[in-house]
Each structure stands twice: as C-alpha cells, then as structure tokens.
Ligand binder design. Sequence first.
Ligand code: PLP
Length: 379
Amino acid sequence: MIYFDNSATTFVSDSVRAKLQELTEDAVSANPGALHKLGNRAIEVYEGIRRETAQLLGAKPEEIFFTSCATESANTAIKGYMSRNKRAGNAVISTRTEHKATLECLEYLAKLGYEIRYLKVGMDGKPTAESLEEELGKGDVALACFTLVNNETGSVLPFENISKTIRAVSPSTAIYLDCVQALGKMPIDLSKLGADMCSFSGHKIHSIKGNGVLYVKKGVRIDPLILGGGQQDGMRSGTQSPVLAGAFLAALKEVTTGIDESRGKVKEINDYLRKELSDRGARILSPDDALPYVLNVSFEGFESETMLHCLEIYDIYVSTVSACSAKQKKVSYVLLEMGVDRKTAANAVRLSFSRHNTMEEAHEFIKCVDQIYEQFLVR
Ligand code: PLP
C-alpha cells in the first residue's frame, strides 16, 4: 500500500498507541475533577500533559486548551472572539481559500450581520499585499483569519509580513491562525509567531482522531463555545481526557523531532514527483515554494475521482478536494479562487506525504501512473 493522503489524516504512530495503553490504565482513569486521590492523580497527569504540550509549542500552559478537533478550535476562536469583543469592530478579513472550518464560521458571522472581507489571492494561493492593505485600510476590522499552510496546495502564508502589516495598519485587530497542516512540518514557536489564537489537530500528526488544541494568547478574551462544568478554566467544559490529551502530546513530541530532516526527505519525494509527472504532461498546481508535504497535480484526461479510483486499483491512496467535502463532488474552491481554470481543477488530485513516506513509494507511484496512462488514457 502507498498512502499519499496524509493531509486528510495520518496513521497512528507506535508512541501514540503506547501512550493510549498507559493512559487507559485504571490508576489514571478517574475523573480529573474528583476530590479523591485517584482524581488528584488524573488531574496531575492531565496538567502535566498540558504543561509539556505548551512547552513544545512555545506557549504558556494556561494558553493551551484541549478540544475534540481543529474544527472545534476554529469555532471556539472565531465565534468566541467576536462574541466577547463586540466593540472591537464589525468586520473580519480572511480569504476564500480557508478550510471550511473557518469559512463556515465566517458565514455564520455574516448571518449575524458582520461584514466579511475576503482578500484576493494570487496563483500562489497567497493573499496579495495590496488587497490586505486595502481591506484593513477600510477600518473596523476586529479579526483576521488565515491558514499557515493550505491543506489543498501546501501554499505557505507569508505570515510574518501579514502580521506586521496588520499590527502596523490596524493594531487592535486580533489574528486567528489555522496551523493544522503546518504542525510538525515547520517549526512553530507560539511565543514568537504573532498570532492571538491558533488551532491544531491531533489526527494530522499521527495521533488518533478526536483531539485538537486551541491556543489563546494570554490577555485575549473569548467566550467559550461549550458550556458546562467549567473545566479547562471555563474555556472548554466537559470532563478532561488525559488519554486524548496524552495522545496529542505523544504525537507532538514525535513530529517536532527532526523537522528539518523529515522535510528534506519529503522534499526529495516531492521534487522527484513534480519532475516525473510534469514530464508526462501532468500540471503541477501547488506553487513552487509550497511546503513539500502537499503536491496538487492535474492529470489531463482524467477527472479527479477517476484518477483516485485508478490509483486505488494499485493500492495507492490520494484525495480529490479536501476529504471533508470530497463526497459532494465539487471542484476545489481553493484552486478556482487561485485562478486555476475549472477544467484543470476538475482533474486535480492531491498527493500528501508524511515523514514516513519513502522514495521507493514515489518510484512505484510513477510506475503505476505510467500503467494507468497506458491502460486508460484516451489520446
Ligand atoms: N484546517 C485545516 C487546514 C485542515 O486541513 C483540517 C482538516 O482537514 C481542519 C482545519 C479541520 O481539522 P479537524 O479534522 O481536526 O477538525
């Protein structure tokens, strides 16, 4: 099997499996809110996990909240910020290339009467500097929402420049940053990054599904999305799960080790596939300077889904548009927004790699593409 669908989700690593075993033992399974000593043990373990997670992300423990997924983190950050800071402004800036977790929150805000200003993006998937200055210059911007690495193309946001512009033109604007596809693939130090709120997802970094992280910078006030017993400082009620938080931490430890080495290895795979696929007439849609973990390719003569199923015959797994919307059979809104024509976008397939993929798999992939061309391409 060749699994090139790591942006959709990753396989669970051995260290996560071991952690799950350890943290489901009776001795640490009491309710972390319980007053007895078993409860004390569980909350101690949980808070230890929170401290270590914060440290690895360059945050303070009280800035880290465990959630069920990045979608929950995004909803909490975006809706929670606008709900709590009503006098900060009536506008939000973002792009139409965001993940649905962000876009649907923005739609929700629009229905409440907020003005959503979408910046123009170039062929490289990055918002243009002119568009950013223009929309910020109109004033009243409470929040800016962006994604550090695009899930469909690997396009990397020039976040340093963007945050500098925002701080210079509109210092009161808060920044939410989706870091889901960046985590473990580029160094992230939240103390220096310049974002006020960030989201992360466990299942994209070889943890199990069901765990995410929300970072909220100290001093930034947001309303909680989930109300209840007031756990996690009231930010996210619901009985804390040392198991899920521990799984996230185990995965985080692994992917934040040897980032440069893994990236070099993945770049070799990406470079090879870019060249070989281009030589065969496929069109590379990921920008040249994209993070090498994602390679968006359009295969002329094959609709996205057809190519996906052809590859599946060879036990190779890729995706069309992002997995959560793949079943709706839509052409990628991200590619269309970047200016890719509809026909090219309709033939696009996303290959996404993890640190565990190999050059042997890349060679095998190309061999199978050749066979698919030979068998199925009508010239
Ligand atoms: N943001 C990006 C960029 C993603 O790729 C994804 C998942 O596809 C999400 C957010 C949502 O993550 P989760 O599945 O943890 O809700």
